[in-house]
Design a protein around this ligand. Structure first.
Ligand code: ATP
Ligand code: MG
Length: 299
């Protein structure tokens, strides 16, 4: 589908009716697209050595703000806003997350932003919001992301109150599949919550916001981060090391929230912390099936 939105450079000589290698300006025009697209799949025509003698992907990709038409804001983040944008040349619609450098420095968050880019740009999965590229100017850093037209899971859940068991199960499976992909690459997300999960065009879930994520091949971390309601006991107890199982705990908390409409330890910050450490979860209502209860208690 993407390849239809991003047609290859028009390297067909119309008069002669023959293919010719793309010119430099044609390649430059499509330079940012090469980052967004998977490498071209060789077809019978493209395997012809003459046609692709020139490397179709330029080494240096030079994305800049002028390439995009800015549309409505989609949301607000810690260091700036996220906008709906359109790539002027191709008409490709995506989301642009704008991060303010001064704010990042003020918050001492350079490491987090670098990690967000490094981790997110290496992930490809239908359940993970696609990362297309990034660029920066003197004041801002721009992340070019897949547009999730369905918006935040958080808003949808608040609007409908709670999900049916079937819908809760579908959502839980999709988050579990995305987590499986992350964990197979030794990545911990560490901030799974309904605000950071978005709905794609067909109602499918997309895990987003890799601001707290970390690539940890040793599978042991000790930094306290994330959002209190979704943190596991091992993260809250002092000095304990934790593993990627922290994301699994969050899957249980999320599924509870899908079924009930609010998180299981919701309280004042002090009490929430205490209750998480004690495992003192508000019991699931009787209307929830035994199977669903088992799932929430076991993840
Ligand atoms: P925070 O730390 O507060 O979660 P953040 O700086 O990490 O913020 P994001 O969570 O990535 O920012 O984005 C902020 C909000 O913008 C999201 O909660 C969502 O509502 C919206 N948003 C982000 N990316 C997209 C996207 N690709 N498509 C649609 N909406 C998006
Ligand atoms: Mg977020």
């Amino acid at each position: 589908m993407l390849s239809r939105m991003f047609p290859r450079p028009a390297n067909v000589d119309k008069k002669a009716g023959q293919k010719r290698p793309p010119t430099d300006s044609e390649l430059l025009k499509h330079s940012c697209l090469n980052r967004m697209l998977p490498p071209p799949t060789p077809t019978r025509e493209t395997t012809n050595k003459d046609t692709w003698d020139v490397d179709p992907a330029p080494k240096q990709v030079c994305l800049h703000l002028g390439m995009f038409e800015i549309d409505k804001p989609l949301g607000k983040g810690k260091f700036g806003r996220v906008y709906l944008v359109k790539h002027r040349v191709s008409g490709f619609v995506c989301a642009l997350k704008v991060l303010n450098k001064a704010e990042i420095i003020r918050e001492n968050a350079e490491k987090h932003v670098r990690r967000e880019i490094e981790v997110h740009s290496n992930l490809r999965h239908p359940g993970i919001l696609a990362f297309y590229g990034w660029f920066h100017d003197t004041r801002r850093i721009f992340l070019l992301l897949e547009y999730a037209p369905g918006g935040e899971l958080f808003r949808v859940l608040r609007r409908v109150g709670r999900f049916s068991e079937r819908r809760a199960a579908t959502c839980a499976v999709q988050v579990a599949q995305a987590l499986n992909c992350l964990h197979s690459k030794n990545v911990m997300h560490r901030d799974i919550k309904p605000e950071n999960i978005l709905f794609g065009l067909h109602g499918e879930l997309k895990v987003a916001d890799f601001g707290y994520s970390v690539h940890a091949p040793s599978n042991r971390r000790d930094t306290l981060c994330g959002t209190l309601d979704y943190l596991p006991p091992e993260m809250l107890s002092t000095k304990a090391k934790y593993t990627k199982a922290v994301d699994q705990w969050t899957l249980g908390v999320l599924t509870y929230e899908f079924l009930v409409g609010e998180a299981p330890f919701e309280d004042t910050p002090f009490m929430t912390r205490k209750r998480i450490i004690k495992g003192d979860m508000t019991p699931l209502p009787d209307s929830v099936s035994t199977e669903a209860k088992d799932f929430v208690h076991s993840v």
